[in-house]
Ligand binder design. Sequence first.
Ligand SMILES: Cc1cc2nc3c(=O)[nH]c(=O)nc-3n(C[C@H](O)[C@H](O)[C@H](O)COP(=O)(O)OP(=O)(O)OC[C@H]3O[C@@H](n4cnc5c(N)ncnc54)[C@H](O)[C@@H]3O)c2cc1C
Length: 381
Amino acid sequence: MATTFRASKKPRILIIGAGLMGLWPAVFLARKGAHVTVLEAARAPQGASWAAAGMLAPASEAGETDEAAGPMQAFGAYSLSLWHDWAKSFAAAGQDINWRPFGAILSAFDDAGLERLERTQRMAETLGLGPQRLNLAAAHRLEPALSAQVRGTLHIPGEASVDPRRVLAALQVMLAEAGGRVVVNHKVVAITQAQGGVRVRCANGTVFTTDRVLVAAGFLTGAIEGAGALAAYLQPVKGQMLALDVPQNPVRAVMRDAHAYIVPRGDGRIIIGATSEPGISDIATDETTIANLKANAVTVVPALMQARITDCWAGVRPKSVDGLPIIGHLWDDGRVLVHCGHHRNGVLLAPASAEIMADLILEKDPAPFAAAFSPARFSIC
Ligand SMILES: Cc1cc2nc3c(=O)[nH]c(=O)nc-3n(C[C@H](O)[C@H](O)[C@H](O)COP(=O)(O)OP(=O)(O)OC[C@H]3O[C@@H](n4cnc5c(N)ncnc54)[C@H](O)[C@@H]3O)c2cc1C
């Protein structure tokens, strides 16, 4: 591994992808004095990070996936604790990210749902999120619009939500203030070795030479020459979403059951999600699917029946084959690193994941649990 990087006065770091996994480490590194450039293929960041609901839900989400419970959920709880500090930093910087630390209410309508609540409750207890089973009267005191048909309710006061689009915008402002830049319309096609550094070539012919490269191109990370070894370990998982216009917001917490989640933004909109379509990487939406998602949400909060759908969209989650994020060195010489594979929890995990990434790039020892997320587990570096 190169040894001169940390000593370099203003190391050049090129980051591929202006989603959360690119921008968050970019801010860290620019604030540490690095010369940071983020290359983004699109006209503006519009990947999974832009599409996301923004739930910060290490326990609620645990019931949704086959991800290995151990490192992932503890990592999520740690990242949620960092979010509380970051929420203050965003506010102090004058950035409104729609921070809503108002918890989550999970509902069950059948036996399978009740079992799921029990599992989630145990997980939330382990993570210290203060879960409480509520009877209907208690649940209605918190959320009067909750369906009277629920058979069980779990309150997780420790969970929260943000608006990821606002977070992306805020990170770009913070990056610019720290001296970094985002260059849009630059799709990277290849990363190759160069004398004393790394060369990055874009589809438009532009070539950059840099000291370190961080590949954070979401589910497309493995499509770039030089990071192609990852292609076999990453899978796209499409998610469709919709927004409802709600002049008077009927809910305060994130509300969910096994079939839908409802995320109030507090700005006249409610976000409802989401499908999980493994192997699909287009971002088309389907009218019937969107109508079904809304119907599922209406089961939980009947008052949403009248609300108008104002928007629908889709994003593609980057999922690794084992469901864990991929954070670490990709090339043996330490010059190319990767930050992707956060699947359903990238918004939640972004602060903790960026912390590991920045430590690795700055050649500091990362937190011990970072080893579980290293690309070395796939024997590709
Ligand atoms: C519908 C949906 C709902 C979600 N809800 C939540 C949630 O509530 N909570 C949560 O924690 N997580 C959620 N997620 C997951 C989360 O959004 C992702 O895990 C996370 O945003 C991934 O971030 P990323 O930076 O790796 O990828 P992306 O955000 O996709 O960013 C990758 C960027 O790289 C760019 N790029 C790609 N190829 C190239 C190239 N060759 N050159 C240059 N740039 C390139 C892309 O244009 C894109 O801007 C959701 C995801 C979806 C799709």
